[in-house]
Write a protein that binds this ligand. Structure first.
Ligand code: F6P
Length: 341
């Protein structure tokens, strides 16, 4: 078979493990030809292709990013995009496509599948908000990075008697904030799932600093928002594609805390540091498992499905079941973050 392969949307650590597994399993086990598209769906429209060989995947396991390149480009939203996709797939005689991506890429995959193309998707995003899978590639590494950052911020917070606000990624779900907040021992975690009340935050911090501590760490997800009707009026700051702008909520929360408590307060925006560098073994293993499973699925004739981790097992879920949905942090995990504050 001639199988196309692409990585789309934001990059993350662990993508190369998945690419490597697809190439190894495709070439070695089945004798397929793997055609890599550069820069996600953009490369499909542009016909930017390369035939993947074992040479391409040598020593890539510890490398972050994606050796295929990626782009935030959705063919169904671009003029003539879907026609371009179909033309390239026909010219390259692609029989099935493996798409590694987050919600945007998978939504596009669903649109391309509707045109009759066989698709198997692999979920990746440091945000861990792809519906239908317990874990997405990249999340484990991002939580490690954010936790290490919080550990480091602890010592300087304590030395300077400061409130340290740490903004982490997560526009629609607070997986990184909640997990790194718990692991790093943050006093407060603000996640999109649970709008916050600035009055309560201020009361809590004042009480804590008066009674038993001289510093506090507040972890804020990019998509956190105050409760409607509460004393902090705020509207999410959006960019030209309607995306939440990094740093905006962190800055506002830090300013509110500084003004209302009088405590010396600083903001750290972790940003793309969370997406870079060496993947953890967990992300390498997850990427490898998903890559092998995707090639097996295509070889069995499965189509329009996504590989997913459920209760330690890799399974396949229909793309249409997950398209357009967000996996939110469950209440029990949010509660642990609250209890430990
Ligand atoms: O890929 C997911 C993500 O890292 C989000 O956590 C973050 O909000 C967004 O991408 C940043 O996107 P960009 O790299 O396009 O600025």
């Amino acid at each position: 078979m001639r199988i196309g392969l692409l990585t789309g949307g934001g990059d993350c650590p662990g993508l190369n493990a998945a690419i490597r597994a697809v190439v190894k399993q495709g070439l070695g086990e089945y004798g397929h030809t793997i055609i890599g598209f550069r820069n996600g769906w953009k490369g499909v429209v542009d016909g930017d292709v390369r035939t993947m060989s074992r040479e391409d995947i040598r020593n890539v396991l510890p490398q972050g990013g994606t050796l295929l390149g990626t782009a935030r480009f959705h063919p169904h939203s671009a003029d003539g995009g879907l026609d371009g996709v179909m033309a390239t797939l026909e010219a390259e005689r692609i029989e099935a496509l493996i798409c590694i991506g987050g919600d945007g890429t998978l939504h596009a995959a669903n649109k391309v599948a509707e045109q009759g193309i066989k698709i198997v998707a692999i979920p990746k995003t440091i945000d861990n908000d792809v519906y239908g899978t317990d874990l997405s590639i990249g999340f484990h590494t991002a939580v490690n990075i954010a936790t290490e950052a919080i550990d480091r911020i602890h010592t300087t917070a304590e030395s300077h008697n400061r409130v340290m606000v740490v903004e982490v990624m997560g526009r629609h779900a607070g997986w990184i904030a909640v997990n790194a907040g718990i692991a790093g021992g943050a006093e407060l975690v603000l996640a999109p799932e649970e709008p916050f009340d600035m009055d309560r935050i201020v009361k809590f911090l004042k009480h804590r600093h008066r009674s038993h501590a001289n510093f506090s760490i507040v972890v804020v997800a990019e998509g956190a928002l105050p409760k409607e009707g509460s004393s902090m009026q705020y509207e999410a700051q959006l960019g030209k594609f309607g995306e939440i702008i990094a740093g905006a909520i962190g800055e506002r929360v830090a300013n509110e805390i500084a003004t209302r408590t009088g405590f010396d307060t600083r903001l750290t925006i972790l940003g793309h540091v969370q997406r870079g560098g060496t993947p953890t073994p967990t992300d390498r293993i997850l990427g490898s498992r998903f890559g092998v499973a995707a090639v097996d699925a295509i070889s069995r004739g499965e189509t329009n499905v996504m590989t997913a981790l459920r209760n330690e097992e890799v399974v396949l879920v229909p793309l249409e079941e997950i398209a357009g949905k967000v996996k939110h942090v469950p209440d029990d995990l949010l509660r642990v973050a609250r209890v430990l504050a």
